[in-house]
Design a protein around this ligand. Structure first.
Ligand code: ARG
Length: 572
């Protein structure tokens, strides 16, 4: 679309004899809400002052002088606005040629390999089950990772594990007391979290338990070998468990350096803050003031211990040095908005402006289940593994019901079940709370993952019936100009937007833009397929061009789903 906008800007620029900067004209070109007002519009009041004339006169004047190139189909003048319509033939030809030449790379960009983008995501607290919030986090983070990677950046995925804190003193005591009662190897997170709940309760009743826990954590901090070994064990079994989920979602991390990694890196932070004279006393704690509207950032508690924020500051310093990041994007729940505001403010004392300005917090809303039927073994904690398994088995039932004799039913069910979950999470704006309904997200006829996946499978089956093989196609020989029905052109215009959509989704940290776009593509495809015969059309040229459109739609859907982390079964 950009080159069409360029073209329009140029034609206005020439018509007004270059009296206004070309970029200024470009920036003021709008996309009308109502397609009846064209694909693009230029409001001429922008020129009134400089050309010393009324917008209506200016518009009429430009209209009389304008010369169109092959990209612009039609120009209209309405009340001081110039409305531009894209030349359909141009879009049709350009888009399909581009898709056919780039195929799996359609929508992708290159050239930003030396811009480093950190995506810090997932980051669960070890020894606890992975809950729905972390699942939303992981799905969102993975999608952002894919989007930035597709745009050609050098992306670094970091899992900032919550692997340090006083709770480990308590957990160690609980482990020592109760370990024999649980099968920790088999269900580590379940066992460890149960142990933790039990020992916490006991500690509330019995102060001496709390004393032992405190002592444990102190020894841990001092580097006690035996206790560190135990802590390492908790970390290892947790990670092993999380990795099962990461594998299902296709998530990989370049670093699992969590909070514990920064224990020996906090002194430097404190030194710098001291040097800059910004560490002040407040109610016995040491804090840094971060402006009038937010509470100060605590660096040391009144007990003299460092906290979560202190470790995050050390991480910023470390990441600036290690990764020389242009952006460091943190994915967490909205509850942490204040925390990130505080540490991003304090960061200006620690790192160069370039890094401080590159810190971004991407916050997402809550997630709840509609049916309380899921296993909620621990209050409101829902085990993501259970949810995934349930989604897969339900998907299998639905697919079997459709009487499909698919050979690889298990693989398809897995892709559809997990795809339904991911798609549903990413469909809403990230900051919105979601009430999650598994049955709804598995419907084949709603705005769901399975619906979009099914559309892809449908394109495959149409092409198979048509005996179409992309390998036989010689792009130069295809006459795309036969695609001129409204449903064809609208579908192609939709496919053309793909790269713009990817850019926008990344820029706004909002994979929902891409997710909803894929629904639009699927819907537009359905309209096309209802109106335009593909398989039994007589005209061979038209049949071939339509097959290419079917193929191209499938490709965009597949590429798009992959970017949000959803795999596409070839058949469904
Ligand atoms: N472990 C934290 C949690 O589960 C999230 C960590 C977010 N990242 C950070 N750098 N503070 O809530």
């Amino acid at each position: 679309m950009d080159e069409i906008k360029q073209s329009i800007a140029k034609s206005i620029y020439t018509a007004i004899e270059e009296k206004v900067d070309l970029n200024d004209i470009y920036d003021k070109i709008e996309i009308p809400k109502d397609k009846k007002n064209g694909d693009f519009a230029y409001p001429c009041f922008n020129l009134a002052k400089i050309l010393k004339n009324s917008p209506v006169n200016i518009a009429n004047d430009i209209y009389a002088k304008i010369t169109k190139d092959e990209k612009i189909g039609k120009v209209e003048v309405v009340n001081g606005f110039l409305n531009f319509y894209i030349n359909d033939k141009y879009i049709v030809n350009k888009t399909l040629k581009e898709i056919l030449s780039k195929k799996e790379d359609y929508g992708k960009e290159t050239g930003k390999e030396n811009i480093n983008i950190i995506i810090e995501y997932s980051s669960p607290n070890i020894a606890k089950p992975f809950h729905l919030g972390h699942f939303r986090n992981t799905v969102l983070g993975k999608a952002l990772y894919n989007l930035y990677e597709a745009l050609g950046y050098n992306v670094i995925a970091i899992n900032h594990l919550g692997d340090w804190g006083r709770q480990f003193g308590l957990l160690i005591e609980g482990y020592n007391r109760y370990k024999d009662e649980y099968d920790i190897e088999k269900e580590p997170l379940d066992a460890l979290s149960k142990i933790y709940v039990r020992i916490s309760k006991l500690a509330k009743e019995d102060e001496s338990v709390m004393d032992i826990a405190r002592e444990n954590f102190k020894r841990l901090e001092q580097g006690d070998k035996e206790l560190l070994k135990l802590w390492q064990y908790f970390r290892d079994v947790s990670l092993k468990e999380y990795n099962r989920i990461y594998e299902l979602l296709g998530s990989k991390f370049d670093s699992y350096n969590g909070e514990a990694f920064y224990i020996d890196k906090m002194d430097e932070v404190i030194d710098i803050l001291n040097q800059k004279n910004v560490l002040v006393e407040s109610n016995g704690a040491k804090v840094v003031e971060v402006g009038d509207n937010i509470p100060p950032c605590i660096i040391f508690t009144s007990k003299g211990t460092t906290i979560y924020a202190t470790r995050d500051l050390a991480a910023i310093l470390y990441r600036a040095r290690t990764y020389d990041f242009d952006k460091c994007i943190y994915v967490t729940a909205t509850e942490q908005i204040l925390h990130f505001k505080q540490i991003f403010e304090v960061a200006k004392y620690l790192v160069d402006e370039k890094y401080q300005k590159g810190l971004v917090h991407v916050a997402y809303g809550m997630i709840r289940l509609k049916s309380g039927k899921m296993s909620t073994r621990e209050g409101n904690v829902i085990y993501v593994n259970d949810l995934i398994n349930k989604a897969i088995s339900k998907a299998k039932n639905i697919i079997l019901e459709k009487n499909n004799n698919l050979e690889d039913i298990d693989d398809v069910s897995k892709k559809v079940g997990i795809g339904a979950l991911i798609f549903n999470y990413l469909k809403s704006n990230k900051n919105k709370d979601i009430i999650f309904d598994l049955d709804e997200s598995l419907r084949f006829d709603g705005e769901t993952g399975p619906y979009v996946q099914y559309t892809y499978a449908r394109t495959n089956s149409i092409l198979k019936k048509a005996d179409f093989d992309i390998k036989d196609i010689k792009v130069e020989e295809i006459d795309f100009s036969v695609l001129e029905k409204n449903e064809e052109v609208e579908l192609i215009k939709e496919l053309e937007k793909f790269s713009e959509i990817i850019n926008k989704s990344a820029e706004e940290y909002e994979p929902s833009i891409l997710t909803r776009y894929l629904i639009d593509v699927a819907t537009q495809f359905s309209r096309f397929y209802n109106e335009c015969n593909v398989l039994s059309v007589e005209d061979e040229k038209l049949k071939l061009a339509r097959c290419i459109l079917v193929y191209s739609t499938g490709l965009v859907i597949k590429n798009g789903l992959k970017l949000i982390g959803v795999e596409c079964p070839e058949k469904m």
